[in-house]
Design a protein around this ligand. Structure first.
Ligand code: ADP
Ligand code: ASP
Ligand code: MG
Length: 468
């Protein structure tokens, strides 16, 4: 029995035309696969709107009704265009109204409390997927495909880290056996809400922004899917963000490690954790364009391929600060790095990239902009004695920093790749603050000033990626 899991992103479900394409794809694939499992993202823009409304609920409750009306309108409009059957339409409309009642009640609670508590925030954030999954399932039924909407809170069991929950795969597998496999076995196409899960006790959680890709790989792994197809609004994983690099091209094949490095360092096309559940079975992922469904897209698999040492893509993360701990007294003193990072961790901040100068006179690392002040204060507190003795001269930061990462398997073993990257940046007069080689051996990250970020990405792209 061949099994296919497909996830449709926000733009791929953004309006009637897009949903109609998504339904065409389901119709086409249904004949060639024994089981078809579908994961739905919220319609484009809806999650942002929902998160904004949690703030609005505190400041100006009156707008909540108009946001409700707007969300209802966007879904109902598609229903009116794509669903003829009056019964099916009215079931859909009342289902949507019931979900939006939850939205309104949650916003009311936020408004009364005067703050958006983490658990309430996730109930509101997941409303978009709860609406879109119902809509897509109804459209599939209208096309005579047996289908039903399912809530991932019945399937994906997570810890209680709201906004960024992690799945418990064992418990999730058990729920999938009980609540999902029987539906697939009846030949029904389940349309499951992306992005959301629930704790063991049933409190709704979300998996982090862009998390529907992760939902699809979690559920795909649990049903032992043969392939996972991620349907989005570009032709696949590209050599760079098309918004920055106009001549970015589709990458034919990528390894798990390469795509993880790309996603972790800012390529929004795939959630960074998507690969995790699929590694063990070596399941292939395809990233494809809903609006050009005949194009092959990008294939992601366990092994690297292509010319060794070639750089396949370049990506950037913005709004960062590079913090440096500096001093001659640090040379050869054991434990300085450990204490520095312990202080960072105690401030509740995770570090994106670390770079140590060869002289050991300084350690630099990159954290999100808004945490830099907190991080510096925590280090100064920890290093009071060293600062007083001048073993450490200063702890300072460059704000407005951007990490630019070049990705390609075998980077470490191929002489000359780094030289080509730095040569091209030098010729373009772009100053590099710090360098680090990714732990996965297939990424080289550089810190540059934000005003140089776009030029750095374009330069590396044209000189090294396109030239591979
Ligand atoms: P979806 O809603 O389908 O999940 P996303 O907006 O999350 O879509 O991700 C797709 C978008 O990611 C693309 O439209 C593109 O603008 C952006 N993107 C950034 N970097 C890349 C890249 N290297 N390859 C492809 N897309 C990228
Ligand atoms: N709707 C969610 C978001 O916008 C999840 C996703 O689209 O993957 O973050
Ligand atoms: Mg996405």
């Amino acid at each position: 029995m061949k099994k296919l899991t497909m996830k449709f992103g926000g733009t791929s479900l953004g309006d009637a035309q897009a949903i109609s394409r998504a339904a065409d794809i389901c119709t086409r694939e249904q004949t060639s696969w024994g089981w078809l499992l579908v994961i739905a993202s919220a319609m484009s823009g809806i999650t942002d709107l929902l998160l904004e409304s949690t703030q609005a609920a505190i400041q100006n409750y009156a707008v909540i009704r108009s946001i409700r009306t707007e969300i209802f309108r966007r879904h109902a409009e598609v229903g009116e265009q794509l669903i003829q059957s009056p019964d099916r339409r009215s079931v859909l409309l009342s289902d949507l109204a019931a979900v939006l009642d939850v939205f309104e009640r949650s916003c009311e609670e936020i408004s009364q409390r005067g703050e958006a508590e983490a658990a309430l925030l996730d109930i509101v954030a997941s409303i978009g997927e709860r609406c879109s999954a119902r809509l897509l399932a109804a459209v599939l039924q209208e096309r005579d495909l047996p289908s039903m909407a399912l809530e991932a809170s019945q399937l994906i069991v997570t810890d209680n880290r709201f906004q960024n929950a992690a799945p418990n795969m064992q418990l999730t597998e058990k729920r999938v056996r009980g609540n999902l496999l029987p539906i697939l076995e009846r030949g029904i196409i389940p349309v499951v809400t992306g992005f959301m899960g629930a704790t063991f006790d049933g409190e709704i959680t979300t998996l982090g922004r862009g998390g529907s890709d992760f939902s699809a790989s979690i559920l795909g792994a649990c049903i032992e899917t043969d392939e996972l197809w991620i349907w989005t609004d570009v032709d696949g994983v590209l050599t760079a963000d098309p918004a920055i690099v106009a001549n970015a091209q589709v990458i034919e094949k990528l390894s798990y490690k390469e795509v993880s490095e790309l996603a972790y360092f800012g390529a929004k096309v795939l959630h960074p954790k998507t690969i995790q559940p699929l590694v063990e079975r070596g399941t292939r992922i395809w990233v494809r364009n809903t609006f050009e469904a005949d194009r092959p897209g990008t294939c992601i698999g366990p092994r690297p391929n292509g010319k060794t040492g070639s750089i396949k893509a370049v990506t950037a993360i913005r709004e960062l600060s590079m913090v440096t701990v500096e001093g001659r007294g640090m040379i050869g003193v054991p434990g300085v790095a450990a204490r520095t990072f312990a202080a960072v961790a105690s401030a509740g901040v995770s570090v994106l990239m670390i770079s140590q100068a060869s002289s050991e006179q300084s350690i630099s690392f990159v954290v999100p902009n808004e945490t830099a002040k907190r991080v510096i204060a925590a280090i100064e507190e920890e290093m009071q004695r060293e600062l007083a003795r001048r073993d450490i001269d200063s702890v300072w930061s460059i704000d407005e920093a951007v990490v630019v990462t070049a990705v390609g398997a075998g980077l470490r073993d191929t002489p000359g790749v780094a030289a080509r990257i730095f040569g091209s940046l030098g010729r373009a007069n772009i100053n590099v603050y710090a360098i680090a080689q990714g732990s996965s051996e297939c990424g080289l990250s550089l810190v540059v000033a934000s005003e140089n970020a776009q030029a750095a990405v374009q330069t590396i792209h044209d000189a090294v990626v396109m030239d591979a």
